[in-house]
Design a protein around this ligand. Structure first.
Ligand code: SAM
Length: 215
């Protein structure tokens, strides 16, 4: 899978994704994540990518011609799934992550300042938000999405079984997990987990998973 990120701060993407699971996934060539500087497609040599809003108002707006040129360069024949990040987009969740993980190529467009000229929506497939709050830019949203999608990519997690019992699978939470010490300040690990009885452990774990609609 290839993920192209269009951003004014490519270092934010590169540095955050060099660690842990996304870092290993890239080293193993299971995902190819590339952060591109939006100013590469600026309208002038000074690197201009934004302008003041028509009708007046505060802040700067990212230009449609710049973003469109960048999308065209990265995804010439529009084969990728193009995602634009915006606080008023469709709410990102685990089922959207699963859907994205099936795509061969994703292009993620990160806004800054007051966001994009509204006309860019004609050139993207989906407008996505990671929550009901306003971030300063799309990079942290892109990183959230990439992290969630990467761990679902086949071969990325060492033990694929761990995905099957994770929270949100089958609309259930994961069961509670424990490690050493066995006793901590009056709190004990449930006896069944120390029993070595695999069928009983599985039964207990199944009983602990909660329906997400009820939690
Ligand atoms: N003026 C815009 C508004 O009121 O909707 C907010 C722009 S925000 C300061 C700059 C950029 O951050 C947005 O274009 C978007 O790419 C990103 N962003 C901010 N909040 C986000 C969220 N909750 N989910 C996804 N992206 C977000």
């Amino acid at each position: 899978m290839t993920i192209d990120v269009l951003t004014l701060f490519p270092d934010m993407i590169d540095s955050a994704l060099s660690f842990s699971i996304p870092g290993r996934a890239q080293k193993a060539d299971l995902v190819d994540i590339r952060a591109h500087q939006l100013r590469t497609w600026a309208i002038d040599r000074r690197g201009t990518v934004d302008d003041t809003p028509y009708g007046g108002g505060p802040g700067m707006i990212l230009r449609v011609d710049v973003a469109h040129a960048a999308l065209g360069a990265l995804d010439h024949s529009h084969k990728a799934h193009r995602v634009m990040l915006s606080p008023d987009g469709e709410l990102f969740d685990q089922s959207m992550a699963e859907e994205f993980a099936t795509k061969k190529k994703l292009v993620i467009l990160c806004g800054r300042y007051e966001g994009f000229d509204a006309r860019i929506e004609k050139y993207v497939d989906q407008k996505v938000s990671i929550g009901s709050f306003v971030l300063s830019g799309g990079e942290l949203a892109a990183l959230t999405i990439i992290d969630a999608v990467t761990r679902l990519t086949p071969g990325v997690l060492g033990n694929a079984e761990s995905l099957l019992e994770e929270t949100f699978e089958a609309d259930l939470t994961e069961y509670p997990q424990y490690t050493r010490p066995e006793k901590y300040r009056g709190m004990n690990v449930p006896d069944v987990l120390l029993s070595g009885h695999h069928a009983e452990i599985q039964k207990w774990r199944d009983s602990q998973r909660q329906n997400l609609e009820r939690t």
